[in-house]
Design a protein around this ligand. Structure first.
Ligand code: OGA
Ligand code: NI
Length: 351
């Protein structure tokens, strides 16, 4: 990744504008009331639900502390990730993704038709994961995706699996709080994930000699229900603030996870909560690592606004769509021409 490739050069529009200082950053929410099991305190939970609701509405992004994920596991995962990416390109390409198995290593991600300054290792939360063979509506064949088997670092797969399990527990707690904040049953979302298609991703952003010309990751929204992101001490993530459309830097907090609402919660909530654009800026000196769990439902899920949230005055804003077909269409977009637009939820919007 040493030489600048014209494909990395972002348009004027992508250049870094003002960045708001950390003090006015995304909300921070302390989840400790969830872990006081001896004496459940309904009013503390109620407070938490309110906080989550406002954060989802005003930002679509927040950080959580006292989240229950053991720091030792997080540390082990971070170490393993560094060792993996430090290998030669040749070694990493032994576990490269391809058109059949879209998990594993790759360094050719595109957002908004421009190459991102990063490399990635993708891993399925469930192995195998069932998905439709293709995005054709009339074809009901289902296939299995599975995970690569990297040989290095030792126990890499087990470390990732153990870590994902912890993130999943956190994800389901967050989904309950989000459901309650929408006024629906706490377990309303859980059933969608029986046969989850969730993806865990390790990101490595190498130092970039032209930080003003490139982005680590171009502006985008996340496709799933929600994302749990861990960033290291090198800042880089910026969130588009809803009130004034300014890019706001998310200050690294090694004890926190960053949570954002994905497109599916936007649809399920009938636009009460919206997924928010974000991007990653690069650093000329320092490399940056991050990882995330994108919580994705079962392939057979028909995604549409929750019935409890729609009525005559507030009709459904989306036509139902099949998650598996959507996902497969997205993934196949990664192997197509750069200038073809990926499938997006607004394609299902009722206008
Ligand atoms: C993503 C993402 C942010 C980061 O991979 O979708 O938004 O800090 N990553 O790496
Ligand atoms: Ni993202």
């Amino acid at each position: 990744m040493g030489e600048i490739d014209p494909a990395f050069v972002q348009g004027q529009e992508h250049r870094r504008k003002l960045s708001i200082t950390e003090a006015q950053g995304i909300p921070e929410i302390d989840l400790s009331p969830l872990f006081h099991h001896q004496l459940p305190n309904p009013s503390a939970i109620e407070g938490l639900v309110k906080e989550i609701g406002s954060a989802c509405k005003e930002w679509g992004f927040f950080q959580v502390t006292n989240h229950g994920v053991p720091p030792s596991l997080r540390h082990k995962l971070d170490e393993a990730s560094r060792l993996f990416f430090a290998q030669s390109l040749e070694e990493k390409k032994k576990v490269a993704r391809d058109a059949i198995t879209p998990t594993g290593y790759h360094d050719t991600e595109h957002t908004k038709n421009v190459r991102d300054w990063k490399e990635v290792f993708d891993f399925l939360a469930k192995d195998p994961t069932l998905v439709p063979l293709n995005s054709d509506k009339n074809d009901s064949q289902v296939i299995q995706w599975s995970n690569p088997s990297p040989q290095y670092p030792p126990h890499f797969r087990d470390i990732i699996k153990e870590y994902i399990e912890e993130l999943e527990k956190l994800a389901y707690k967050l989904l309950e709080l989000i459901a309650l904040s929408l006024g629906v049953d706490a377990k309303r979302f859980e059933g969608f994930f029986e046969d989850q298609t969730s993806v865990f991703r390790l990101n490595h952003y190498p130092p970039c000699p032209y930080p003003h010309l490139a982005l680590g990751l171009g502006r985008h929204k996340d496709a799933g229900a929600l994302t749990i992101l861990s960033q290291d001490e090198v800042q880089g993530l910026e969130v588009l603030r809803k009130i004034d459309q300014e890019w706001v830097l998310v200050k690294p907090n090694p004890n926190a996870y960053i949570i954002n609402i994905g497109d599916l919660i936007q649809v399920w909530s009938n636009d009460v909560y919206e997924s928010v654009e974000h991007r990653v800026i690069v650093n000329s000196k320092k490399e940056r690592f991050s990882n995330l769990l994108g919580l994705f439902p079962s392939h057979f899920t028909e995604v549409k606004p929750l019935e409890e949230l729609i009525n005559e005055e507030n009709p459904s804003k989306y036509r139902a769509f099949n998650w598996g077909k959507f996902l497969v269409k997205r993934k196949s977009g990664n192997f197509k021409k750069k200038n073809e637009e990926n499938i997006q939820i607004y394609h299902y919007k009722i206008t």
